[in-house]
Design a protein around this ligand. Structure first.
Ligand SMILES: [Zn+2]
Length: 118
């Protein structure tokens, strides 16, 4: 480990091994780690807020159907690229029971939406 007297103190709740790993990362690796962590967080939070847009996401349209919800989302990269925004993409979201009880929301990716009119 490097001399960490100037390094920020990590907040409580981060495993020591993760802190040690983070200290070894380059700025690029740290950025990618943040992006991945956001994706993981979003994935884990899907059950609590199925239709909430994540970082860089725009909800274009939400249509309730019997048994499922149709969601159209588009994304922008964190850094932004020539193709931004990406999509819009169509998803069907279904609430499904978990084997251990409760429910979760299952997102099915159906493909890119071709906008007919704006
Ligand atoms: Zn992009």
């Amino acid at each position: 480990m490097t001399d960490s007297s100037d390094a920020p103190t990590p907040p409580e709740g981060i495993p020591d091994r993760v802190v040690a790993e983070l200290n070894e990362l380059t700025p690029d690796e740290l950025r990618n780690t943040i992006i991945h962590a956001q994706e993981l967080l979003q994935f884990q939070e899907e059950s609590s807020s199925p239709i909430e847009p994540g970082p860089g996401e725009d909800i274009i349209r939400v249509t309730e159907h019997e048994g499922y919800t149709e969601v159209v989302k588009q994304y922008s990269c964190t850094e932004g690229c020539d193709d931004c925004p990406h999509g819009p993409y169509l998803y069907h979201v279904r609430e499904e029971p978990r084997p251990e009880g409760g429910t979760h929301f299952h997102w099915t990716f159906l493909g890119k939406v071709v906008s007919d009119e704006e």
